[in-house]
Design a protein around this ligand. Structure first.
Ligand SMILES: *[C@@H]1O[C@H](CO)[C@@H](O)[C@H](O)[C@H]1NC(C)=O
Ligand SMILES: *[C@@H]1O[C@H](CO)[C@@H](O)[C@H](O)[C@H]1NC(C)=O
Length: 363
């Protein structure tokens, strides 16, 4: 009798522990960067009624585009240097490893739907610029649409008045006007690439452009009732970016990654830096090697922080058991989760890794 009791008690405590961690270990589950709770609710309704993870992230990211989450997703935000808003988006099916993405897409507001059209109706992975817009419109999305808003135009006007500061240029002259910019000195392009600053290995950061109210990306992961994994991202990029700039948003492995056998990851932050490290690919591969989500997330962020101590960013990881965790650096990060054990979407807060102890005491 006592053996049976111990056995029951053991089962019971495991399930209690699991709930205490916020991980019920059951599908479906939806995870998103930031407190984008309406987007997560929209995705949850889809997976909870039996539709696929791909459908869920499409619906969730679409909701964020329509709500213009933080002004950094969908139309009407993040004007570039010429005042225009463009869209970057990606979707990935972790069952087939198919990816569809659009980058610097003009005149079309439905980023995630355009990305899905690329994934499902072409053999390509990424379409860019005006050609991406033409594709999306030809495939039935509304457009051409003016993606500017009164707010984005006003913001851009103020930036122009402030002599176009801050901006994303470096090693250029004139330093204190709105351009046109030229490489500093009389160097040709080849010499400029080997400028003294680069030789000295000084690493510059554009993190000052990313603030608490410039969250910059929705990156969402879903696991549906059948255990299928998908991720989606959508953003209008960095405010006052140089026209043509594409960030981490539409880059598979950087802003998001999904593999049915392992789990998924979503990222947000200083995309120009993060895309050099493919942090979400790193997170998923670490989990494949057996690392828990929390360690995989911290490891991916630490790798970037060691090279760019001023960068700002975060990742959220989820494995096939429904265990989720986040890690961040340079700012406090929040991510949203909806799983069967929850009454509604729950928001988790993650404290930044501590650089003063070389990121080791956080491990
Ligand atoms: C687009 O919309 C903005 C904000 O409403 C407006 O200032 C701008 O003139 C419009 N552009 C065009 C080409 O209609
Ligand atoms: C970072 O860690 C060090 C050593 O443990 C501690 O003294 C310091 O207060 C921490 N800083 C923050 C911001 O947590």
């Amino acid at each position: 009798m006592s053996i049976k009791l111990v056995f029951l008690f053991t089962l019971f405590s495991f399930s209690v522990l699991g709930d205490g961690d916020g991980n019920s270990g059951k599908y479906p589950i939806v995870v998103s960067t930031w407190p984008f709770t309406e987007a997560v609710r929209a995705a949850w309704r889809i997976v909870d009624s039996g539709f696929s993870a791909v459908d869920a992230v499409t619906e969730g990211c679409s909701a964020c585009e329509e709500l213009r989450c933080d002004g950094t997703v969908g139309p009407g935000g993040s004007p570039d240097e010429s005042g225009e808003t463009t869209i970057d988006a990606l979707i990935m099916n972790g069952v087939t490893m198919e990816v569809g993405a659009v980058a610097a897409m003009r005149y079309v507001k439905d980023g995630i739907k355009a990305a899905r059209l690329v994934m499902e109706h072409t053999k390509h992975t990424l379409l860019v610029g005006e050609k991406a817009s033409a594709f999306a419109i030809a495939m039935g999305l509304p457009g051409p649409t003016n993606l500017s808003s009164l707010e984005s135009i006003e913001k851009w006007g103020k930036w122009k008045e402030n002599r176009c500061q801050p901006n994303f240029w470096k090693n250029v002259e004139p330093l204190h006007s709105c351009g046109p910019y030229h490489p500093k000195g009389n160097m040709d392009l080849g010499v400029a690439a080997c400028s003294q600053e680069n030789l000295m290995g000084i690493i510059e950061s554009s993190s000052s452009h990313i603030g608490l109210h410039n969250h910059d990306t929705i990156s969402m992961a879903a696991i549906d009732k059948m255990g299928r994994v998908a991720v989606g991202t959508s953003t209008n990029g960095a405010t006052f970016k140089i026209p043509g700039r594409v960030g981490d948003g539409p880059i598979a492995g950087s802003s998001a990654y999904a593999d049915d056998e392992v789990g998924a990851c979503g990222a947000t932050g200083d995309g120009d830096i993060m895309m050099r490290f493919l942090p979400c690919y790193q997170v998923v591969e670490s989990m494949r090697q057996g690392m828990e989500p929390i360690l995989a997330a911290k490891d991916a962020i630490s790798r970037i922080a060691r090279k760019f101590p001023d960068f700002v960013g975060a990742v959220v990881a989820i494995n096939k058991n429904g265990v989720h965790a986040g890690a961040c650096y340079g700012w406090t990060f929040q991510y949203s989760v909806r799983s069967p054990g929850m009454e509604d979407v729950e928001v988790f807060t993650v404290q930044p890794l501590n650089s003063s102890c070389n990121l080791i005491c956080n491990k």
